[in-house]
Design a protein around this ligand. Structure first.
Ligand SMILES: [Zn+2]
Ligand SMILES: [Zn+2]
Length: 135
């Protein structure tokens, strides 16, 4: 799915700047802070515009906002009908997106059996990441 298709799914027009933000989010593989996104986007976008677009993506359910206990929120693109799971390392605090894959299929099945409409799911695994295990 390209950036314009992602935006269209949320009913948003694919403006040049929105496409840049969706592309930067798609490239991270982990929830990113606005500062990290700005570092990637460089001079193509100012801070205010970035925050505005991130809020818009969250409001249209295209992105998820994480509060990982830090000063800044982290953002990632939503995937699947209800989003995807995350893993946070209890040693270094690193959070990564877990690919829908087999877990996503199980999640979709669970949701289909629930007698209510679920709009978003926040599943978070905690433990020790590969990097910290190898130290
Ligand atoms: Zn770690
Ligand atoms: Zn994520």
């Amino acid at each position: 799915m390209n950036e314009a298709e992602v935006l269209a799914r949320g009913g948003l027009a694919a403006t040049e700047k929105r496409v840049l933000v969706v592309r930067a989010l798609a490239a991270t593989g982990a929830p990113a802070t606005p500062q990290e996104l700005l570092a990637t986007l460089g001079a193509q976008l100012n801070r205010v515009t970035l925050y505005r677009i991130l809020d818009l993506l969250v409001a249209h359910k295209l992105a998820t906002r994480h509060n990982a206990g830090e000063r800044a929120f982290r953002y990632c693109l939503r995937t699947g009908p209800a989003g995807h799971a995350h893993f946070t390392c209890s040693r270094c605090g690193h959070t990564e997106c877990l690919d829908s894959g087999s877990f996503g299929a199980g999640l979709d099945e669970l949701l289909s059996r629930l007698p209510m409409q679920v709009d978003s799911v926040d599943v978070r695994f905690a433990g020790v990441c590969r990097g910290c295990l190898n130290v």
